[in-house]
Design a binder for this molecule. Structure first.
Ligand SMILES: Cc1ncc(COP(=O)(O)O)c(C=O)c1O
Length: 502
């Protein structure tokens, strides 16, 4: 029987009386997952509660309770004489475009999107399912947006709009607004040891555009590209979209394992790295590894994409200067973003491109989105020039350091023996280790049902089989110490049955 048919439901719902979770919750969770994963499609008819209860060997009340919750949340609906069916429009679809992004209409042979586009729609990109709105503990990437100095921003924006010039409103430079490029170049030289002048800066629509352009400009479809594993889904997606053969390279305590990369794909054209603060593990790539990577890239004629997405947030020690500063052969493309330090909807990032590559990159860019919006760039340029930017970084650094301490402290108080939180030297999340035998995907599901969003590390792995499924990622930057403590307490209640010994 096809798994899409609800007639197969009893076979797909496995209950575990020892799991420590009520049976009705297990039934709810399983059916909920089957619907969200598309294994039970819209309109599929569910078995009668009595029939399902008999098949699963549970009381009818157990199934009724699970069905009532699914109905209350909008996943299933009952029709007079028609039994219970999976809803035509799922609650997730009403909030945002569906996480699975599988096309909902069937295309005829004469009009269909490309096969490549359909394949891309199946990539698991986290942003699809990330909802904006109230910050639940411990959603990855959430930040303290209410601390953004909106008044300063508004004052600078008003100044530009009071007398908008032709320059601000007409087409602008493909590489971006010159004063912003100058401000960024000066900041990168001073704060990150990046070796650049303003000509080399291209303003992008977030680092995602830098990734997209680089994947298309630096390699041809079919070329191999090294990707950190675990690693940033946005980077893996961009390389896949460009038709590259994405090769998983593992991370150890020194950063990307360059020798493994050389063994797996010696002739790769591109390597994606987060050397300052590996995403998501938080490891700093050692100097020896950086040199090894550059030696390989220059010997091989390959490119290195350095994603320096959050180096502003370092709490204990100064960050190592950027890898780009060590590059004497012009093989590193350095990318940064204002998404983490300011706010992500700004969609402004930048890349530093070797001189020889500038023209080619700009030609690709003009065919993509021509150039970024000038007024947003002009406001940002003033924000940097007037010192608001570095002042904001200093404030957020100390706020986030306190919040991380609050989380590690709450972990010790509530999560002892269930989740070992490792303090990090930077960033906006920490990694927690589950006890042996506890699966991170399952733990994240259970936490989610209790209203706590933790992200399983396995989500960011793509080698097969995943070597370790015991880590959870907990974002803290958007939460007050009180929210952190109550979130940790709730998480402990959810994890307790899974991690109970003996
Ligand atoms: C590793 C990494 N790079 C870059 C970004 C920022 O992306 P963007 O600048 O496109 O918002 C993120 C955001 O989550 C990230 O985690």
């Amino acid at each position: 029987m096809s798994p899409r048919s609800a007639g197969a439901l009893p076979l797909l719902v496995e209950l575990d009386a020892q799991a420590g979770r009520p049976l009705h919750e297990q039934v709810y969770q399983r059916i909920h997952s089957l619907i969200r994963e598309g294994l039970l499609s819209a309109g599929a008819r569910l078995p009668a509660t009595r029939v399902l209860a008999t098949e699963l060997d549970v009381s009818r009340n157990t199934v009724v309770t699970a069905f009532e919750r699914l109905a209350a949340e909008g996943y299933i609906e009952g029709r007079a004489g028609g039994g219970t069916r999976v809803s035509q429009v799922l609650p997730d679809d009403m909030m945002e475009i569906a996480a699975s992004s599988m096309p909902r209409v069937s295309y005829g042979p004469d009009r269909a999107p490309s096969r490549r586009a359909l394949e891309l729609a199946q990539l698991r990109i986290r942003r699809w399912s990330e909802s904006a709105g109230p910050v639940e503990p411990f959603r990855l990437g959430a930040q303290a947006l209410s601390h953004f100095p909106a008044r300063d921003w508004a004052r600078l924006a008003r100044r530009h709009w009071a007398r908008p010039t032709t320059m601000a409103m007409d087409y602008g430079s493909v590489a971006g607004y010159r004063p912003l490029r100058e401000g960024i170049a000066a900041y990168l030289q001073r704060a990150r040891g990046v070796n650049c002048d303003a000509d080399q800066i291209i303003i992008t629509s977030g680092s995602q555009q830098a990734l997209d352009l680089s994947a298309r400009v630096l390699a041809d479809p079919g070329d191999a590209a090294w990707m950190e594993d675990p690693g940033y889904d946005g980077a893996r997606g961009a390389m896949t979209a460009a038709g590259l053969d994405v090769v998983a390279v593992s991370i150890d305590e020194h950063g990307m394992n360059v020798a493994e990369g050389i063994q797996r794909a010696p002739r790769a054209k591109l390597a994606y790295v987060t050397p300052s603060h590996q995403f998501p593990l938080g490891i700093t790539m050692t100097l020896a590894r950086r040199r090894e990577l550059l030696r390989w890239a220059s010997g091989q004629g390959a490119w290195v994409f350095e994603d320096d997405y959050d180096s502003e947030f370092r709490y204990a020690t100064r960050p190592l200067p950027a890898l780009q500063g060590l590059d004497v052969r012009g093989c590193v493309i350095y990318a940064g973003t204002f998404s983490k330090v300011l706010f992500p909807s700004l969609r402004v990032g930048y890349m530093v491109v070797p001189h020889a590559l500038l023209d080619t990159m700009l030609h690709a860019r003009i065919l993509s989105d021509v150039h970024p919006p000038t007024l947003a760039q002009a406001v940002l340029a003033d924000f940097i020039a007037e010192g608001c930017f570095e002042r904001h970084i200093r404030r957020m650094r100390s706020l986030y350091r306190e919040r991380q301490e609050a989380l590690v402290c709450a972990g010790r108080q509530y999560l002892d023996g269930m989740l070992d939180l490792q303090p990090a030297n930077g960033g906006m999340h920490v990694v927690g280790l589950l006890p042996p035998g506890v699966d991170d995907l399952h733990a994240a599901d259970v936490a989610s049902a209790a209203g706590v969003k933790v992200t399983p590390l396995s989500f960011f792995r793509f080698s097969n089989p995943a070597p370790d499924r015991r880590s959870l990622l907990l974002g803290y930057a958007g939460l007050t110490p009180e929210q952190i403590a109550s979130g940790a307490e709730r998480l402990a209640r959810a994890l307790e049955p899974l991690t109970r010994r003996g």
